[in-house]
Design a protein around this ligand. Structure first.
Ligand code: PMP
Ligand code: GLN
Length: 397
């Protein structure tokens, strides 16, 4: 709904006018209204580990974090994040100067872009892009320059020549996301090395959204961009507890980078939320120290769910792009003679009581993703089976 003052000037400024309501809110509301199975918005239908939830309760009861925590985040969490980066990736991160806790990755993205961009700066981002990237670039007065991931051999791939060609003298930063939402692409070591070489050659900053770092399947591996030569000093790495620990509602995210870049991002963060919710930070500090078996179990569970839903979608007649990471499967609806993902997703609840996300909204080029539909598989097995069965009956008899 839009509005305007009597002079005719819209309430919503020009920077945000194109964005409307996020597709996730729209489709979750549709699921609720129609009582459909929600494979749209990416949130699990079971909560994360009991001991992590209990740690939050304990923190609340013990009065830890009930008043404003420190701006950079509570020391326990910053230390746990630094240990995680070192243990997993061999990255040495100083918990005092090189970590910033944010209100989810969403705030980290906003704060990074607001801090690092001047109006008119160009941001090269992978397309389809997570919806907040476009809005945050716009809020910062930047210009987004998409580089489209294109289907190739059943998966979406980055064309490195296109990426190189997208960089101009006005480019300030590369906004990278791996594992990639919505396509499930995990950039390979070679691709990341080429991105890193480009960033060094053109002296670009890199903001890298790695919220699905623990969700990689088969033989794929997640390699942080910050580990490549010349990258540590120019990379802002973003992650979040929401995906890894299945507490998306807690909104605990973080940034790791150099002291100078963390200070810059904090300059924006302090005026967005000032600090992030306290008690959850203590709980996530404990979560990050869960044994390796937790991370492997979580990953294996989602890999099995990916296979279950992918098989169901294929049987129903969708063209399925097999994701190497994240908890999303992108499909194509052209085999049904359908061309418009948005119309398809709006009609889907009535056709069979399932909600999905049209990827078309994640593209600048309306034709590029027009027939792509995304399904989330971070749901209980019986829910996925039921959704697949409904889709099969609706589309394949
Ligand atoms: N980046 C990507 C790629 C995402 O899919 C999401 C969705 N949750 C976010 C950032 C936001 O993370 P958070 O919920 O921690 O704000
Ligand atoms: N990241 C989630 C997704 O892609 C949604 C988060 C949100 O609604 N902002 O589905």
């Amino acid at each position: 709904m839009t509005g305007m003052t009597t002079s005719g000037r819209p309430f919503l400024n020009r920077r945000l006018a194109e964005f409307g309501t996020t597709i996730f809110a729209e489709m979750s509301a549709l699921a609720l209204r129609t009582g459909s199975i929600n494979l749209g918005q990416g949130f699990p239908d079971t909560d994360g580990p009991d001991e992590v939830r209990e740690a939050a309760v304990r923190a609340l009861r013990d009065g830890r974090g009930n008043q404003y925590p420190p701006g950079p985040g509570v020391p326990e969490l910053r230390t746990a994040i630094a240990e995680h980066q070192h243990r997993r990736y061999g990255l040495a991160v100083d918990p005092d100067t090189e970590v910033l806790v944010t209100a989810g990755a969403t705030e980290a993205i906003a704060a990074a872009l607001l801090a690092l961009l001047e109006p008119g700066d160009e941001v090269v981002a992978l397309e389809p892009y997570y919806d907040s990237y476009a809005a945050c670039i716009a809020m910062a007065g930047g210009r987004r320059v998409p580089v489209t991931l294109r289907p190739h051999d059943g998966a979406f791939r980055l064309d490195l020549d296109e990426l190189r060609a997208a960089v101009t003298d006005r480019t300030r930063l590369l906004l990278i996301n791996t594992p990639h939402n919505p396509t499930g692409t995990v950039l390979t070591r070679d691709e990341l090395a080429a991105i890193a070489a480009l960033a060094v050659e053109r002296d670009l900053l890199v903001v890298t959204d790695e919220v699905y770092e623990h969700l990689v399947f088969d033989t794929s591996e997640h390699v942080p961009l910050a580990t490549f030569p010349g990258m540590r000093e120019r990379t802002v790495t973003i992650s979040s507890a929401g995906k890894t620990f299945s507490f998306t509602g807690w909104k605990v995210g973080w940034v790791t980078s150099t002291p100078e870049l963390v200070t810059a991002v904090r300059s924006a963060k302090q005026f967005l939320t000032y600090v992030s919710a306290g008690p959850f930070q203590y709980a996530i500090a404990e979560a990050l120290r869960l044994p390796e078996s937790y991370f492997e179990g979580f990953r294996a569970d989602l890999e099995a769910k990916r296979d279950l839903l992918a098989a169901g979608l294929r049987t129903a007649g969708f063209e399925v792009f097999r994701p190497q990471g994240t908890y999303f499967i992108t499909t194509d609806i052209t085999p049904f003679g359908e061309k418009d993902a948005y119309a398809f997703c709006r009609a889907l609840p009535e056709r069979c009581g399932v909600v999905a996300i049209p990827n078309s909204v994640f593209y600048d080029d309306p034709d590029a993703g027009r027939s792509q539909v995304r399904f989330a598989f971070c749901k209980r097995e019986n829910v996925l089976t039921e959704a697949a069965s409904r889709l099969r009956k609706a589309f394949n008899g």
